[in-house]
Structures are given as C-alpha cells and as structure tokens.
Design a protein around this ligand. Structure first.
Ligand code: UDP
Length: 499
C-alpha cells in the first residue's frame, strides 16, 4: 500500500477490503460507479476502478478533485484508476463511446471481455509487488457477465452493480419470470405481477425491454441473467426509504442481499467536485452559478436528455420553440451540436438572441447536479435515465418525463405513478438511439404545456414539489450518520475485508 493507513493494525493493508469496480464505460454507468468507489474508499477500503485508456484521464480528474477535498492522513481516500486497453484485434472497436452509434455493438462487449486476463495479471502483480492489496471483492456492472470468471479465478466474491431503481429491475424481472407477455399482442399492456396487492402498474412490452433482449443479443442477455443469478449480492444506487417494498421484493426474488447505497451523487459536497463529475463542463461553473443566482427560486427549468439519446434536428428546433413559448427561464443542454450542422447552430444562436438572458444554452457537458441543486431550479425535463431521476429527487426537483428507450419508461412510471413527482409528455414508444426519421415526437405545444405545469405554483404543482422535497430530505438522511445507505456502505466495507 501507500503506507498512509495509520489506523490499520499489524496486518498492514492486507486486511483492508479492496473492491475492484468494473464499470461499463457509458457515462450513466461509469459516473455512479466512480462515486461508489469514492464512497467505499472514504470508509477505509481500497478501491480500484477499471477503465479503458480513453476514460482514464477523465476518471482520474474526477477522483483527484473529489479526494483532494476529503483525504487527510488519518482518513485516506484510496481510489486507484487502472486502464486496460481494448484488444485492437477485435474488428470495429473504438474506445470512445461518447457518441454511441447504431454500429456500436457486439464487438465492443467482446473486446471488454478480453480485458479479463490482463486485468487479472495486473491485480495479482500489484498485490505481489507492493501495489494495491490483493482484491477482496469484485463489483461488476451487471451488464458484464465475464467478470464472473474473473472473480472466480481470483477466488473472491462478485457483486453486481446497478444504477437503476429496485422498482425498475423488479418489474423487468417479474414480467420475464411470469412470462407476462406470452400470447399478448405487442401494444397491449399487462399488469406487472408480484408488486404487492395495492400496486397496480401497467406496462407494454416496449416499456419493459429487459436486458439485452433485442435481436442478435439473446445469448448476451442470457449470459447476463446467469451472471446475475450467480452473483453474491447486488449494490444499487437507490435508497430504501424511497421504495422499501421494491428493494425487499427484488432481494427476495433474487434470493440475495441488496445493498442500497444511494444517492451516490451526494458524495460530492463541494462545487468543484460536483462540477467535475463525469467530464469537463462546456460552461464555466461560476458563470453558470451566477446565471442561476440572478433568477428567482424555483423559476428555472433544466432540460437535458443524458448522454446517449440523440434527437432528430427537427425535434431539437421544436423543443427550442416550446421552451421559448413557455415564457419561463431555462437551461437547455444540447450535445453534439457539431453533428447537426449549421441549421441547428444558427437556430440556437437566433433563439438566444430572441430570449436575451432568459435561456442559457449549454453546448456540450453540463454540471448537472450543480444545476439541479441550485435553489433557482424548479423543474427538470428529463429522458428519465435513472441517474437523472435520482439526481432530481436528491435535489427535490419535480420532473417532466420524456423517455427515449431501455429502462427509461419504467423510470417514468416510478417518477409519475409511484412517487408522484412527475408530469409526462406522453411518449409511449421507444425511439432508436439515433433517429434520422425526420419525426417530431413531442410538439412545441406539449413542451410549452409541460414546462408551465412543472413550474406551476398552483395546488397540483406545489403538491408535486412538496413530495419531491420530502424525498430529498429522506435521500440526504439516508447517506448521513445512521442513515440506511450509510449503514449499508459500512456493512459492505466490513463484509468484504481481507483475511
Ligand atoms: N450528465 C452530466 N452532464 C451532462 C449530461 C449528463 O453531468 O451534460 C450526467 C448526469 O448527471 C448523470 C449522467 O450523466 O449522472 C447520465 O446518466 P443517466 O442515467 O441520467 O442517463 P444516460 O446518459 O445513461 O442515458
């Protein structure tokens, strides 16, 4: 070890827990995994985060800024970032998925699986050569079945990590387990079985796609399911007070322990660390804060669709016109502006000129949690990625739900039907990752109405806001002294100590 672990007894680093985190390198998976690594490390464990080279610098920066604020000689925060290159022999693989493409496919997952041997060699050599102690636990993204063999070969337990809510994974699990859609026509909805007597949630097949259940991926989906069924437990970015029955239900359905440790974004307390989460922002954090400071409390709507969803140019224009028509201040994150070409950049420039100061357009990466945490932010138009929904909940901000694909439809149901903190724009059909079908899915009128309704000061709006605030308080309490997530974190760290 680094010899900085003063409180460790005669065994030195050898009895420390050492968690090896293996994320999927999509931001929605990577960001919460890094936060979780920071959390276990702040409770005295060693954490290693395994990435590919193009992500190493980014993750190191987040880790360095986050730990700079926390590390002291008496409580070191020991997070190591290891990069293992992808095998160049696997055709068509590139190590940059900031822009996901339809061609992005099986090759990438094959190349990731080939990280196993070099990674194992690295971990063993580290332990033998005075680097990080021998691993005591592998925490793998649930989407990476090959880590089962890694953990077995190292002789350590393997936990599956989900940045998803228990409601979502339980719904998906139950419709598969009870074959709910057998003999049911495509667009007919069924009630999710096994959620408890007074919990009636209706879903279509498209809203509960399951993991890798799309054509061409069946065997991968099966491998993932097997690897999940064989796991030694589950780590989940949620908190039990928000969804106690679903956490218990999922643990029972899987027959394994579920450590709920979220919201992991609360690890970051300082602006510098919050703003550095994920990637360098396209806007200066202070400039963004000054803009927000100039607005009334709960008056601004924040609009962002995560890292993968990519809107059709016509939809971008339609959304912009809806925001303009709403009359409310907004922060709108538009990513990959350069792929859209001049029509869109001109449109955005003209829009900015027309609304003069009322709208802030961020072209690229936004300091999302920092924005959501600001008192001026009163609503969030979101694609319903789980991180985004949980970050909104953590900040006490109600949401306008506009799901695009995968688990986002279930997360919408969680926000709107289960928690009562959302208004839906009414999208029921998934769109493909990148649409060029010149379709407008949500009209400007619907955008305008949804923004007005989420910022509404009337009874309904206030009630939603109140529910969001109550959840935010519970979220905070969960990670504080004696909170459920904090206790789970302590339990996790002590459960996987070395010999
Ligand atoms: N995010 C951010 N700035 C951006 C876009 C995204 O900080 O401009 C973060 C966001 O806070 C969240 C993650 O990236 O933690 C996106 O995850 P989510 O599950 O919401 O959606 P995904 O990108 O996986 O669809």
């Amino acid at each position: 070890g680094r010899g900085n672990s003063g409180e460790i007894g005669a065994g030195g680093d050898s009895n420390k827990a050492h968690f090896v985190f293996i994320p999927l390198m999509f931001q929605g998976h990577l960001i919460p995994t890094v936060d979780t690594a920071l959390m276990v490390a702040s409770h005295g464990a060693v954490a290693t985060v395994v990435v590919t080279p193009s992500y190493a610098a980014r993750v190191r920066r987040t880790v360095d800024l986050a730990t700079a604020a926390r590390t002291s000689p008496s409580s070191p925060v020991d997070v190591r970032v290891v990069d293992i290159p992808l095998d160049p022999a696997v055709a068509g693989v590139h190590d940059n998925i900031d822009r996901i493409t339809p061609e992005f496919g099986r090759g990438y997952f094959r190349a990731l699986a080939l990280q196993r041997e070099p990674l194992e060699r690295h971990l063993r050599a580290g332990a033998a050569g005075g680097g990080a102690p021998y691993p005591t636990c592998v925490v793998s993204d649930a989407c990476l079945p090959w880590t089962t063999e890694l953990a077995a070969s190292l002789g350590v337990p393997r936990l599956c990590f989900f940045s998803m809510c228990a409601f979502c994974v339980l719904c998906q699990h139950n419709v598969e387990r009870y074959n709910s859609f057998d003999g049911v026509a495509t667009d007919v909805s069924v009630v999710v079985p096994g959620l408890g007597e007074d919990m009636r949630i209706e879903v279509t097949r498209a809203e509960t796609p399951g993991f890798f259940r799309n054509p061409g991926w069946e065997d991968y989906g099966d491998a993932m399911e097997r690897a999940l069924a064989e796991a030694d437990g589950i780590v989940m970015n949620t908190f039990v007070e928000m969804e106690p029955e679903f956490v218990a239900g999922y643990a029972a359905a899987r027959g394994m322990k579920v450590w709920t440790i979220g919201p992991v974004s609360l690890y970051h307390q300082e602006t510098i660390s919050l703003a550095a989460r994920g990637k360098t922002t396209a806007i200066d954090a202070d400039e963004c804060l000054q803009w927000l400071d100039s607005k009334e409390p709960n008056s601004v709507v924040y609009v962002s669709f995560g890292t993968i969803a990519h809107a059709d140019p016509k939809q971008v224009v339609e959304l912009g016109l809806g925001l303009e028509a709403s009359g409310h201040p907004f922060i709108w994150v538009v990513k990959n502006v350069e792929i859209y070409g001049e029509t869109i950049s001109d449109f955005l420039q003209d829009l900015e000129a027309r609304i003069d100061g009322r709208g802030l357009i961020i072209r690229g990466w936004a300091p999302q949690v920092m924005i959501l945490s600001h008192a001026a932010t009163g609503g969030f138009v979101t694609h319903c990625g789980w991180n985004s929904i949980l970050e909104a909940i953590t900040a006490g901000v109600p949401v306008v739900t506009w799901p695009h694909f995968t688990d986002q439809f279930l997360n919408q149901k969680m926000a709107v039907e289960v928690l009562g903190i959302g208004v839906s724009v009414g999208v029921n059909e998934p769109v493909v990752f990148r649409t060029d079908n010149k379709n407008i899915v949500v009209s400007r009128v619907v955008v305008e109405k949804a923004v007005r309704s989420i910022l509404d000061r009337g009874e309904e709006g206030e009630e939603r806001r109140r529910r969001a605030r109550v959840l935010a308080e519970k979220a905070r309490a969960a990670v504080q002294e004696d909170g459920s997530s904090r206790n789970n974190m302590l339990d996790l760290v002590s459960s996987f100590k070395g010999e």
